[in-house]
Write a protein of this length. Sequence first.
Length: 62
Amino acid sequence: MTVTVSPATKQIARFVGMYDTASDIDAFERHYHDVHAPLAEQYPGLPHTRSHEPGAVIGEPC
């Protein structure tokens, strides 16, 4: 599939995912970076992906 986007029709899409704390955080991070991120990067027409680590909410553990 080929997707062509002209500058006049540029669109922005955001996805926010929130998860419960994993029992094995290192395994969760590895799986995300090794499996999910590469799949997202294969999406046709997607110029880039971005991932952020959460910050702490005041009074809550990070």
